[in-house]
Structure formats: C-alpha cells, structure tokens
Design a protein around this ligand. Structure first.
Ligand SMILES: Nc1ncnc2c1ncn2[C@@H]1O[C@H](COP(=O)(O)OP(=O)(O)OP(=O)(O)O)[C@@H](O)[C@H]1O
Length: 247
C-alpha cells in the first residue's frame, strides 16, 4: 500500500535499450513529501533513463513507477499532473519573454487567469526575476534560464519536482543559488524533490541519497547515515560505485 506521504516511488524498475545491457535493473526507492532526494550516479548510471520512464517517454520492461500513488503506465496524464520537471536541456522558447513562457505553460495546465498571475508572481519574486519578467529568455544567462524553468515546473503545484542535472554548465555561484533554492522549496512548499546529479557537493546532510550505478540502486538512505558509516559522502559514493569521483 502507498504510504500517505509518499509522493514518488519506483518498485523493481527495469529497462534495456535492446542491446543486451540493462540501463535499469530492478531499481526501487521512494520519496516522501517535502524530502530532497539526490539521485547520485556517474555518467551512464541510468538517471536519464529513469527520467524518461517517469515522464512516460518510454515504458519500463518491468516494475512500477508511481507519482503521488498513481502509476505512470495507463494514467500518465494524471501522474504527470502531479509532477514538475526540469530537463537537462532547456525547453523554454528563447524568443518569448519569461512571462510569455510561463503563461503558455499555465494555459497548458488549464490554470485560471487569476491563479496563474498569482503563482507566476510568487515564483518569480522568490527567484528574484519578477522585475525582468518582460525580457526575452534568450537574453538571460544559464542560471536565470534555469530559474525560469524551476518557476515553470511549479506553476501547477506538483507534489514532486524532478530535476535532471539541473546545474550542468552553470558557474559556481549560480549552481549554489539553484541548489539552495530547491532545498528551500522542500521546506517551504513541502514538495518532494528528485535531484539527479553526479556532483556530491550539491548534497546536504539533511537530504536522502539514492546511489545509482550501472542501472542498480546500490543504496537509498539519509546522507547523514552515509556519512556516519563511511566518514564522508565521497567515501560512501566510492564504496558503492568503486570509482573515485572526478571533480
Ligand atoms: N538511446 C539509447 N540507446 C542505447 N543505449 C542507451 C540509450 N540511452 C542510454 N543508453 C545507455 O543506457 C545506460 C544508462 O544511460 P543514462 O543516459 O540513463 O545514464 P545517466 O546516468 O543519465 O548518464 P548521463 O549522466 O551520462 O546522462 C548507459 O549505459 C547508456 O549508454
């Protein structure tokens, strides 16, 4: 039975691209409401494959993925309405303004004008972008584009926010600002977060960590416990993946 506070779960998930190698193998973990879960894995671990299944781009060969208790297979519309997503590559329209991008997305979700405007204002204010709302997205730097994508992903009030390597290509201050903002969202809004990364320094001691390696979930536990057991997150990661992380 789905726990009341569980906003995302994968259970025995497997997928192969048909080349005889499993991109995901019997992967299981779950995310509670308001929890920040880092999906930590080196390149090729299977993170993007998991995101493709979560967004109904591909169907798993076996196992189940649920969003707010709703199975993505057969109910993808309902499951996706409970999920916000920020992909690795930007999916904003660069020739539209920030506001136009957000309004377009709000329309896709059928938000009424008043609700739409209130939510857009709230998200842009707390991301420090409200004054720039009429600027074309093309003119924004990478960090600000990411902020707009995060604002957009929250407009329909998802229970879970999925971010796939959201800080790739950003400078250190922009990365830090985004990591901090998303952690705040968990606390302030109670949204669950799945944060795919290969960068250990993006993880806080209060987070949960799922280590994915060669398609397998090697461990899923609080960061604090990993540190207690292995001395540091770096050492824990090395233990579970048997590779030292390149910086
Ligand atoms: N379209 C595809 N066709 C065949 N194999 C694929 C395809 N996409 C991914 N793979 C393979 O599946 C495995 C998991 O890849 P995936 O992209 O999910 O990992 P990842 O953790 O997201 O890595 P990265 O951070 O490099 O994107 C890898 O072995 C990869 O080579």
């Amino acid at each position: 039975m789905t726990k009341q506070t569980e906003v995302f779960s994968v259970n025995g998930l497997s997928y192969s691209y048909g080349n005889g190698k499993a991109a995901l193998r019997d992967a299981s973990f779950s995310i509670e409401k308001g929890s920040f879960t880092a999906l930590l894995g080196p390149n090729g671990a299977g993170k993007s494959t998991l995101f493709s299944i979560a967004t109904a781009l591909i169907n798993a060969d076996a196992g189940a993925l649920k969003v707010g208790g709703v199975d993505i297979v057969g109910n993808s519309r309902k499951a996706l309405s409970k999920m916000g997503i920020v992909f690795q590559q930007t999916t904003l329209d660069l020739d539209l303004s920030i506001l136009q991008n957000l309004r377009y997305f709000a329309a896709l979700h059928g938000l009424a004008r008043k609700v739409r405007d209130e939510r857009i204002e709230k998200e842009l204010v707390r991301l420090d972008l409200y004054e720039r709302r009429h600027e074309k997205v093309r003119l924004l730097n990478g960090g600000h584009k990411r902020r707009v994508e995060i604002a957009r992903a929250l407009l329909h009030k998802p229970e879970i926010l999925l971010l796939d390597e959201a800080t790739v290509g950003l400078d250190v201050p922009s990365r830090k600002a985004i990591v901090e903002h998303v952690h705040r969202l968990c606390k302030e809004d109670g949204v669950g977060v799945l944060w795919a990364t290969h960068l250990i320094d993006e993880i806080s001691l209060d987070d949960h960590v799922v280590v994915l390696h060669q398609g397998e979930v090697k461990t899923a536990q609080p960061a604090q416990m990993m540190v207690q057991q292995y001395g540091s997150l770096d050492q824990a990661f090395a233990h579970f993946t048997e590779v030292r992380q390149a910086s």
